[in-house]
Design a protein around this ligand. Structure first.
Ligand code: ATP
Ligand code: MG
Length: 569
């Protein structure tokens, strides 16, 4: 089989990610003339939503293709009809597009190759390289041996080619019940590589497939389908995670027996992210058991979840670039991901004021009916982002924790007798408080303002240490805010990857809803999916599902600073 030659094989400097060990291999292959172009693929199994680990793979595969003016296929590895759903196919496509990648016309399904794969299976039977086995699944496991002991050959291993062919055709025709027989590759039951101990190629499964319907009563195993799918598509560099390294000899065995084009498999270390889990099985469990509100819960490490949290595609791509591509399994700290989005939003998010936990502040010497408007820059370093008018009046809301009746050492915000700057407005001094009769809690702060300090300056040069945000009570809108924290309380949930206890360290405080926040009036018209920095509070995203016109709901994407670094988690 020839490899289609569509690209120029030259590195495209404008979209070149930093070199890594894979691009070094590709450079050598192009130089030696082994390949003229680069064809990669991203091969998700449509059995769940994509997560940030997949983003790493997507960025590597699509990134390399684009860097070399090659192409990257999107191929659904849909060999398992019992776990796959069309819903997943659509969301996977949308997530890849959202991340900023395009497969053009190269959308494929492993199921497109079922007929060819079947044909090759018959060929292997004819070559004496595959046989139908009647052992039960348990027996097959038992006969397989262990890492230290060789396996045992199945009594059915010596079946004649004719009998194998006949049985395999009847398997296809649906004559036998599920699980009664399998087709196995005849390799070596004593191989030190367990993958080569006569792996199963086909199983009987009377299941309806989302693509092929009821055409098939047998389905190829992933390990039989994957390498040949790469071969059929002329993939030059088949990039996958390290756990497939031990499968490579098997893929190559099939390719060699069939005498077809051999793609080169290159393994890299998968992404492990602290404070989260990265397996679709576990993510599905969180969804099914209601630990989260769905696949797109903003606490989920899924791309739809991160999107709803307010992550930008750029920030995720930058993150993937930053963590690099290597061959050593390691854990990437969640703070690196958070820093990526913080950096991106710092550039692009307009600043506004929003008070999350409002405390009334009354300015006793400010005329009751008066309103002033202050000019507030939308971005401190980007005049091109313009400014807006912020209304000011006698009663404003400030943040509860910007007032302390008995200020702690080093507290520079408002306290009895003290002065503080209301951002963009005036300097006010606290002259009294009103307390709740029953609880003793301060429910209102009284201040006087200094008319000489309009805009926050002090003509007499006195130093004001604290500046706080505020909104005018009369003009502000009420809005709901959701503050998110990490989904797990420990860096490596459950310790060992598949331990049963991984859910015991779910963070009970991973979401806090505050319904009574007060915002600048301009936010009444905040568009769904827009992003803001609430000064001093973090970056927020207008939730597209729960907001309604005039009543935005804000998801906090990330705080302004890494609050975990200080507390140590
Ligand atoms: P999971 O274990 O989360 O279910 P998977 O590997 O079964 O993931 P696939 O749909 O088979 O999911 O993955 C598609 C591609 O994404 C594969 O090439 C796989 O190697 C890659 N991938 C999956 N998880 C990660 C990860 N954590 N880091 C990097 N690449 C990953
Ligand atoms: Mg998989």
């Amino acid at each position: 089989m020839t490899v289609p030659n569509l690209g120029t094989g030259e590195r495209n400097e404008s979209s070149t990610p930093p070199p890594n060990f894979i691009s070094t291999i590709i450079d050598e292959d192009l130089q030696s003339g082994k390949h003229k172009t680069v064809i990669t693929r991203f091969p998700p199994e449509p059995n769940g939503y994509l997560h940030i680990g997949h983003a790493k793979s997507i960025c590597i595969n699509f990134g390399l293709a684009s860097a070399y003016n090659g192409r990257c296929h999107l191929r659904f590895d849909d060999t398992n009809p019992t776990k796959e759903e069309t819903e997943y196919v659509e969301t996977i496509k949308e997530s890849v597009r959202w991340l900023g990648f395009d497969w053009g016309e190269h959308l494929y399904y492993a199921s497109d190759y079922f007929e060819q794969l079947y044909h090759w299976a018959e060929e292997l039977i004819q070559k004496g390289k595959a046989y139908v086995d009647d052992l039960t699944a348990d027996q097959i496991r038992e006969y397989r041996g262990t890492l230290t002991e060789p396996g045992k050959e199945s009594p059915y291993r010596q079946r004649s080619t004719e009998e194998n062919l006949d049985l395999f055709r009847r398997m296809r025709a649906g004559e036998f019940p599920d699980g009664s027989r399998v087709l196995r590759a005849k390799i070596d039951m004593a191989s030190p590589n367990m993958n080569l101990r006569d792996p199963v190629m086909y199983r009987i499964l009377h299941a309806t497939h989302p693509h092929t319907g009821d055409d098939w009563n047998i389905y190829p195993m992933y390990d039989y389908a994957h390498g040949q799918s790469d071969s059929i598509e002329g993939i030059t560099h088949s990039i996958c995670t390290l756990e497939f390294e031990d499968h490579r000899p098997l893929y190559e065995w099939f390719i060699e027996q069939l005498g077809i084009y051999r793609p080169q498999q290159i393994e890299f270390a998968r992404l492990n992210l602290t404070y989260s889990v990265m397996s679709k099985r576990k993510l599905l469990e969180l969804v099914k058991e209601g630990n989260v509100s769905g696949w797109d819960d903003p606490r989920m490490p899924t791309l739809v979840g991160m999107r709803r949290r307010g992550y930008t595609p750029e920030s995720i791509r930058n993150f993937c670039e930053r963590i690099g591509v290597g061959r050593n399994d390691s854990w990437i700290d969640m703070s690196i991901l958070e820093e990526s989005v913080r950096e991106d939003l710092n550039e692009r998010a307009p600043r506004v004021m929003g008070v999350l936990r409002p405390l009334r502040l009354v300015i006793d010497n400010y005329p009751e009916q008066m309103t002033e408007e202050f000019d507030a820059a939308n971005h401190p370093n980007k005049p091109e982002m313009g400014s807006r008018k912020v209304p000011f009046s006698r009663v404003v809301y400030i943040e509860k924790d910007d007032f302390m009746e008995e200020p702690a050492k080093g507290y520079f915000r408002l306290a009895p007798g003290r002065e503080v700057r209301l951002r963009y407005a005036y300097i006010v001094q606290c002259v009294g408080v009103v307390k709740d009769e029953n609880t003793g809690e301060v429910v209102e702060v009284h201040c006087t303002y200094d008319p000489e300090t309009r805009g926050g300056s002090t003509p007499d040069g006195r130093k004001i240490k604290g500046t706080i945000h505020w909104v005018s009570a009369r003009h502000s809108i009420q809005a709901e805010v959701r503050l998110y924290d990490r989904l797990f309380t420990v860096p490596n949930p459950g310790g060992d990857r598949n331990g049963p206890d991984w859910k015991s360290c779910l963070n009970p405080a991973s979401i806090e809803r505050i319904g009574s926040c007060r915002m600048e009036p301009c936010l009444a018209s905040a568009e769904p999916e827009s992003r803001y920095q609430f000064e001093r509070q973090g970056y927020f995203y207008v939730d597209p599902s729960d907001s309604s016109p005039g009543a935005p709901v804000f998801n906090r994407t990330v705080t302004l600073r890494d609050s975990w670094a200080k507390s140590g988690g």
